[in-house]
Write a protein that binds this ligand. Structure first.
Ligand SMILES: *Cc1c(COP(=O)(O)O)cnc(C)c1O
Length: 417
């Protein structure tokens, strides 16, 4: 039973968990023994419709047959060689073909490592120190970017984590999202190595870029000689094969990927312009290495996933699901609210009527959101326990799953209005 595991987990883990948002499911997190398609099966033998999907990677749903088969085949052949394997070349070929900015790729093991590596690359390439990021954007758990960092910071009351020296965070300038005045001011005054952003914010709920924001940053960084980094750990291969940069037609210098490109196995990648990527060791002098970099299981899991995505069905199904469900939610809530959806991921905010910055997201009625999350769980629908996370859909969210979800939402939302 989940409750027993949770009780024992208190002895082993700080706060009972290994990643903080998991403890936000009250009174205690359900423990999962399996996943199939759009469903999670808990240790208490409940079947939940899943809109969390591992916080983004599982765009094919749980345990997609073709991914299972390919990973099993790889397991039989061993899973770590300490030397290159075919799958890494094949996965890189896909990324270079689909992601407009990608000329070369470095595989690492998490989104955190990807942005950490991208920052070091940008600094090595430009010889500058300062980084510009945006309030509410989350780029992983490392020191360089954990300043005003979206879901991480906002939910746990650590605007900036303890343990990060101010000498480090002082090198980071933070601007408000969807505003070009602040970046212009910072870039013109300071030598900025890199501007990094989520091209669609997915760690403050969903906040899309306004017209001209991404292209404006492209222009500014070109003018001032800073490296433009799109953190596409969520949007990469979610907003179609070419990610947000294809969707919005703005090409950054570097892109960080993760989540979907490993098909749900641990992964991260930095990719981008050849002359910047070539600064990495061993061809250049910016160090990066990893025992598990390009490990065959993550490579094959990612490859099998992207091959499925190329068939197109995952995109049409996941978009239809997100559109139908988000529109129904929008109609069913009678109090002031807004639903922000981009393609196949979305979030709703209560008590506010527009959210285009992290500040506006923080002004929403989070206690009501949490109440909806809790009620939905009783209706066997799992949405993120935090206002600042995102509802994702997958290929497995077919019309039957969506109808069941809509009914559950309607029952819950009646009480909220
Ligand atoms: C999840 C996420 C990360 C961190 O990736 P991990 O694999 O959790 O380290 C970085 N950037 C964005 C935009 C993310 O959503």
């Amino acid at each position: 039973m989940s409750q027993d595991l949770w009780r024992e987990a208190q002895n082993y883990f700080a706060g009972g968990v290994n990643s903080p948002v998991r403890a936000a499911v009250r009174p205690y997190p359900f423990y999962v023994k399996g996943g199939r398609g759009a469903y999670l099966i808990t240790e208490d033998s409940e079947e939940l419709i899943d809109y969390v999907l591992g916080y983004g990677p599982l765009i094919l749903g749980h345990a997609h047959q073709n991914v299972v088969r390919r990973v099993k085949e790889q397991l039989e052949r061993g899973w770590l060689y300490g030397t290159p394997s075919r799958a890494e070349v094949e996965l890189a070929r896909k990324i270079v073909r689909h992601v407009p900015s990608a000329q070369k790729v470095r595989f690492v093991n998490s989104g955190t490592e990807a942005t950490m590596t991208a920052i070091r690359l940008a600094r090595g390439f430009t010889g500058r120190k300062r980084i510009l990021k945006f309030d509410g954007n989350y780029h992983g758990a490392h020191d360089w970017l954990l300043v005003d960092a979206g879901s991480a910071a906002s939910e746990f009351g650590v605007a900036t984590s303890k343990g990060i020296p101010e000498e480090v965070s002082n090198l980071v300038s933070v601007c408000s999202y969807n505003d070009l005045t602040c970046p212009e001011k910072v870039l013109s005054k300071e030598d900025v190595a890199a501007v990094i952003l989520e091209p669609v914010m997915g760690n403050m709920g969903v906040i899309p870029p306004e017209d001209g924001f991404l292209s404006g940053l492209r222009e500014l960084t070109r003018t001032y000689g800073s490296v433009l980094i799109f953190d596409e750990v969520i949007t990469g291969f979610r907003l179609g094969l070419s990610g947000a940069q294809g969707h919005y037609r703005v090409v950054p210098d570097l892109t960080t990927l993760g989540k979907i490109i490993g098909g749900g196995f641990p992964i991260g990648a930095v990719c981008g312009k050849r002359e910047i990527m070539d600064q990495l060791t061993p061809s250049g002098k910016v160090f990066n290495a990893g025992t598990f970099n390009a490990n065959p299981i993550s490579m094959v899991g990612g490859l099998a996933t992207i091959e499925e995505l190329e068939k197109g069905k995952a995109y049409t199904t996941s978009e239809r699901a997100a559109k139908e469900l988000s529109e129904e939610i929008d109609e069913s809530i009678r109090i002031p609210h807004v639903v922000n959806r981009v393609y196949n991921f979305f979030q709703f905010f209560l008590g506010v009527t527009s959210v285009s910055t992290a500040k506006e997201a923080r002004e929403s009625r989070r206690e009501l959101y949490v109440k909806i999350h809790e009620r939905l769980l009783k209706e066997k629908v799992f949405i993120p326990p935090s206002q600042f996370e995102t509802l994702f859909t997958s290929e497995a969210h077919d019309s039957e799953v969506v109808s069941r979800s809509i009914e559950a939402f309607k029952r819950v939302l009646v009480d909220i209005n």
